[in-house]
Design a protein around this ligand. Structure first.
Ligand code: F0G
Length: 350
């Protein structure tokens, strides 16, 4: 398959721009969630599994464009603040580009797999005793002072690249879904998807030019947009969206209002329950933040705010392997038994 940026070149590229750096991002599966849908009373529920990107999250779609352009512009280093996935993606693309990469992370709040990814790829890690919002504000200043190219979603190339998620969904369904659900953290992705659906329709690539309702979900302890004010000390099990003052706040509100959609909260318990349901009913293992959109759709379907035959897509933003620590073993299931046939046969309980 052609590389993502080449595939949608007419909508992304400037003139004869070339994109030498690619890790095979995009082209992720859109999975018809039959069992999960049946459980929720939705016949046409789909999962866009962004965990299948090269570094296991949707960030690669925008990172590939941002890093290609950073290199073309003569950058000497890139930098980002991150709750984990942006840093994993930046580290990988910087490695492929031969660029130094600095990542500023909230100490103790980044999932183990994500930390390992950034370390393995040779990024310089700077852990701060503060949250993502504090780290991003320092990073913005580093960018303003020309120290390094910022590859957070404050970099417009990131959001342009992320629009490709919307393009792929329209290509796969032959039209836009009735509703698109996703988690909201720094609010870049909901902004990019909405812009992407709009651009694809304007370019004549969406047969009936219809646009979806955008359904965004924040964790209850990190829901600045829902509350209408920044949150000083955001907290949630879904560390990827542990953000109190999103950079793309206005973009998210525009996506919500222009699409006739909504942004609501889900609790940590609902998030973890949804994560379990997705993997145990569909075999798709996503990280907790990704399940926020599913948790929200589940509630809306139960409340009849989504109709049973509506086409609904939940974007599963990141892979479950990034955050293995949230998966709890059942009592006793990891306790060893003798290896003989009889004991094993007995333990199976069949
Ligand atoms: N899901 C996952 C898995 C994420 O990593 C993020 C954001 C989001 C959802 C929210 O997307 O910020 O565009 O609203 N992660 C960023 C990071 C903040 O640093 O990796 P958003």
């Amino acid at each position: 398959m052609k590389a993502l940026l080449e595939r949608y070149r007419d909508l992304l590229a400037r003139d004869d721009e070339s994109f030498p750096i690619t890790l095979g991002e995009g082209g992720t599966p859109l999975i018809h969630a039959r069992r999960l849908g049946a459980e929720m009373g939705l016949e046409r529920l789909h999962l866009k599994f962004e965990g299948m990107n090269p570094t296991g999250s949707f960030k690669d779609r925008g990172m590939v464009l941002a890093v290609n352009r950073a290199v073309a512009g003569g950058a000497r280093a890139i930098v980002c603040a991150s709750t984990g996935n942006t840093s994993a993606s930046a580290a990988a693309y910087a490695a492929a580009a031969g660029l130094p990469c600095h990542v500023i992370l909230p100490a103790g709040k980044v999932a183990r797999g994500k930390l390992a990814q950034a370390l393995a790829a040779g990024a310089r890690l700077i852990m701060v005793d503060g949250n993502f919002d504090a780290a991003l504000s320092a990073v913005r200043r580093l960018g303003d002072e020309g120290v390094a190219v910022v590859v957070n979603s404050t970099n417009p190339d990131r959001l342009v690249g992320q629009q490709t998620g919307a393009f792929e969904i329209v290509d796969a369904l032959g039209k836009a879904p009735d509703a698109l659900a996703l988690p909201v953290g720094n609010a870049g992705n909901i902004t990019a998807y909405w812009q992407g659906f709009g651009r694809y329709a304007d370019a004549g690539h969406t047969p009936d030019a219809k646009l979806p309702r955008m359904l965004g979900f924040q964790a209850e302890g990190a829901a600045p947009i829902v509350r209408g004010e920044p949150i000083e000390a955001p907290e949630t099990v879904a560390t990827a969206i542990r953000i109190g003052n999103p950079a793309s706040w206005h973009g998210a509100v525009a996506a919500r209002d222009q699409s006739g959609g909504l942004i609501e909260t889900v609790t940590d318990d609902e998030i973890l329950e949804a994560q379990r349901m997705v993997v145990q009913l569909e075999g798709v293992f996503c990280e907790p933040a990704s399940a926020a959109g599913v948790a929200g759709v589940r509630r809306l379907a139960a409340d009849r705010r989504i109709g049973p035959s509506e086409v609904v897509v939940c974007v599963l933003t990141g892979h479950g392997l990034k955050d293995p620590d949230v998966v709890q073993a059942e009592e006793g299931s990891l306790t060893p038994i003798p290896p003989g046939f009889a004991a094993i046969r007995d333990a199976m309980g069949l």
